[in-house]
Write a protein that binds this ligand. Structure first.
Ligand code: ATP
Length: 308
């Protein structure tokens, strides 16, 4: 059977054009464009006050935009329609669930509001809460409570999930678990839109990301594309015996007890360096080659925006 003429083969989960938001004199969002494909994990990164929460809250239907277009699962989020709310899960930076209920009761209660909820045991397993199912929420640790927030957002089996700084306040192992949960959601085909301050989180989770600074998108792409597009250089680091200086032509400088150089042509630099090392029988101890990280690119882009 042929698909109807009007069917779009790959409609976006989120599409935003020239989105603007002003709070009086403050222009928090200054005309941004975004497209998030269905099934994608998308991260919005940016410094404090860049406009992340404003953008997310407009998409969630919690704030009205001042201008531009926004479409979330084919709906205008500004109209706050029930049909859209039922298909979206939201984890806010801070939420309060009734602490006297057990974890299972909370998830079951929320599931009752939705037409096609996900099985409660599955939600608990997905969020790593199976062992806490019968404990009262108020007795949980801060990190475990955040997982309950996530379980609440998943109870209605949403197609699209908004996560605003999902791992702030987590210890390293809780962060890793939360990452696994997000990957599990991606594997289920959910679309995830997250905001974060953590570059490693964006690098580990996001299929694509956008960096926002001062209300404008300054870069967008896959983590690898962004790392490749920046002018941040590859870093080569090594140690030499105390009596030996690195030849000047390498442009290396001392950093603590090591030598470091930055290069846009790492193959050539390594070739020159190792040739010198072999010729002079000087060992390059602890030799390390580091690609620029997303953090290097982010700091460079947000600094450029601030300078403008
Ligand atoms: P953070 O990382 O600190 O959460 P953010 O990127 O989420 O920051 P927003 O909260 O969207 O940033 O704020 C963007 C700008 O809009 C800031 O200058 C902020 O002071 C301003 N702003 C946000 N909410 C309001 C409001 N309700 N009234 C007036 N100004 C606001």
């Amino acid at each position: 059977m042929r698909a109807p003429e009007t069917a779009d083969p790959a409609p976006a989960a989120i599409e935003v054009r020239s989105l603007r938001k002003a709070y009086g004199e403050v222009e928090a969002v200054r005309g941004i464009d975004l497209r998030v494909a269905r099934g994608e994990v998308f991260a919005l990164l940016g410094p404090n006050g860049a406009g992340k929460t404003t953008t997310v809250e407009i998409l969630e239907g919690h704030r009205q935009r001042s201008g531009g277009d926004a479409s979330v699962l084919g709906h205008d989020p500004g109209r706050n329609e029930r049909a859209l709310r039922q298909r979206v899960g939201i984890v806010l930076q801070q939420t309060g669930v009734d602490g006297y209920l057990t974890v299972r009761e909370v998830v079951q209660m929320v599931a009752g509001y939705y037409p096609h909820p996900r099985d409660t045991d599955e939600v608990l397993a997905l969020t790593g809460l199976s062992d806490q199912a019968n404990r009262r929420v108020r007795k949980l640790s801060g990190g475990q409570k955040r997982r309950v927030d996530l379980a609440v957002a998943l109870a209605g089996d949403p197609e699209l999930l908004f996560l605003d700084e999902p791992t702030t306040g987590f210890d390293p192992s809780a962060r890793r678990q939360a990452w696994e949960t997000v990957r599990g959601l991606a594997a289920l085909g959910k679309t995830v839109f997250l905001t974060t301050h953590f570059m490693d989180e964006a690098q580990a989770l996001a299929d694509r990301l956008a960096i926002i600074a001062d209300g404008r998108i300054v870069a967008t792409g896959t983590p690898d594309e962004l790392i490749g597009s920046g002018s941040a250089a590859t870093r080569i680091r090594f140690r030499l015996p105390p009596s030996v200086e690195a030849p000047e032509r390498f442009g290396a400088h001392r950093v603590a007890s090591a030598w470091e150089l930055e290069t846009d042509t790492p193959t050539q630099s390594l070739h020159d360096l190792t040739a010198w090392s072999l010729e002079t029988a000087t060992e390059l101890a602890d030799l390390e080659v580091t690609r620029p990280s997303l953090e290097d690119v982010y700091l460079q882009l947000t600094a450029e925006e601030a300078a403008e």
